[in-house]
Write a new protein. Structure first.
Length: 264
């Protein structure tokens, strides 16, 4: 089977042969009968060769409707992300198969699996909080594999992993409470304490105590003592972050220091 380039070369060679025969025909008029027969034969052969070669040319490959790549995205709280693949269990989330080219996204079928178990189908599926509350459900009903199949039976498989996480939660009760008055001077160590909850027993929490705009990283502690406060108004707040990067924080609280030894 000849390629288009081979056909072009063949056609070019036969064209040269035909032109040569025409020149010979003009120069040797006395042998016009034989040359005419030769020229006719050459023309017929050239036409047949080109025609036969054209019959063997295959059609150009049809790449229409072919998905070249797929990316898994998580749509939650109005934001869509593909890195990292993480779902907060406090609210429902949508998994989206973003294919390329996007033009063909509706021309294929989508199947979501957890290992070999079919969970759902469609380009988008919803993961509800009820399916993320227990470790057993999370392990079995959050997909980790997507299969895409076109109308010709071609398929693309995508393996992925989604972290399902419950963000830490801070209690609104703190020491000191908002608006408290503390008695002492710059040498008095005041206690700052807070409570934080996390559904994951194995997660590591890191706390930040911010006093008067200065941040103190206190690690896993949830109670510290601090001195050096002048009399008057002060502010503080607590921030906590888990190992997945999810955070919770409390708004600023104010407290007042009164030097009860002043003037004595």
């Amino acid at each position: 089977m000849l390629s288009r380039r081979s056909i072009a070369d063949l056609y070019s060679k036969f064209s040269v042969l035909i032109l040569t025969n025409i020149v010979i025909f003009k120069q040797v008029s006395s042998r016009n009968v034989s040359i005419g027969r030769f020229l006719g034969t050459s023309l017929a052969f050239a036409a047949c060769a080109v025609f036969v070669a054209c019959l063997d040319i295959p059609d150009a490959p049809d790449n229409s409707g072919k998905i070249q790549s797929v990316e898994i995205q998580v749509d939650q709280f109005g934001k869509r992300k593909s890195t990292p693949l993480k779902i907060l269990s406090s609210d429902s989330a949508i998994l989206v198969a973003a294919v390329s080219p996007d033009t063909y996204k509706n021309n294929v079928r989508y199947y979501w699996y957890n290992d070999t178990t079919l969970i759902d189908s469609g380009r988008k599926i919803t993961i509800s909080p009820d399916l993320m509350l227990s470790d057993f459900i999370s392990d079995n009903f959050v997909p980790n594999r997507l299969t895409i199949i076109d109308n010709e039976g071609n398929l693309i498989e995508k393996d992925f992993h989604i972290d399902v996480n419950a963000a830490p939660r801070l209690s609104t009760k703190t020491i000191p409470a908002d608006g408290d008055t503390l008695y002492g001077n710059t040498n008095t160590a005041f206690t700052f304490a807070w409570l934080v909850y996390d559904d994951s027993e194995t997660d590591t929490l890191q706390s930040i105590l911010e006093i008067d705009g200065i941040s103190y990283h206190v690690g896993e502690l949830n109670q510290v003592q601090q001195s050096g406060f002048s009399k008057g108004k002060h502010t503080f707040r607590i921030l906590v972050q888990d190992s997945y990067g999810d955070m919770d924080s409390l708004p600023y609280r104010k407290f007042y220091v009164v030097d009860n030894l002043e003037g004595k």
